[in-house]
Design a protein around this ligand. Structure first.
Ligand SMILES: [Zn+2]
Length: 141
């Protein structure tokens, strides 16, 4: 199956049926994520997606370690859905999401970024960093 957007064959993805035309479109996983990302402008949203994806990457990594690469065991059209290629796709998407998050952060002012970092530090219970960020924030304001 060919992806409608990047035109690559045999990528893991999903079939979409257009209810108006009853035509089906195949869109691969990375293109789906790309489209989703284009709409993400909310940092909380992006953080949640990164967290979800990190969980998925961890799980896939475990599966890959258990199953090995499975190279040559299956025909190529099935290999697109192998744990290894899903894992690679997920990793690439994760990197893209993180880049997008960076882009979003850079488009904000310093106070916003510091507050965001502060929130993150508190979530991770990194109080040393939190205190440092707090001081920086006081200087900004
Ligand atoms: Zn695609």
């Amino acid at each position: 199956m060919k992806c409608k957007i990047c035109k690559k064959e045999n990528q893991a993805g999903a079939l979409f049926i257009n209810t108006a035309t009853s035509k089906s479109d195949y869109v691969c996983l990375s293109c789906q994520l790309e489209q989703e990302m284009a709409n993400v402008t909310d940092l909380r949203n992006i953080d949640k997606q990164i967290k979800d994806l990190e969980g998925a990457v961890e799980q896939l990594k475990y599966v890959v370690e258990q199953t090995g690469s499975m190279k040559n065991d299956f025909p190529p059209e099935l290999m697109a859905f192998s744990p290894l290629s899903l894992y690679k796709t997920a990793e690439v998407s994760l990197a893209k999401l993180k880049a997008r998050r960076m882009e979003l952060l850079l488009s904000k002012d310093a106070t916003f970024r510091l507050k965001y970092e502060l929130k993150k530090a508190l979530e991770k219970e990194d109080f040393k960093k939190a205190a440092q960020l707090q001081r920086q924030l006081q200087q900004e304001e």
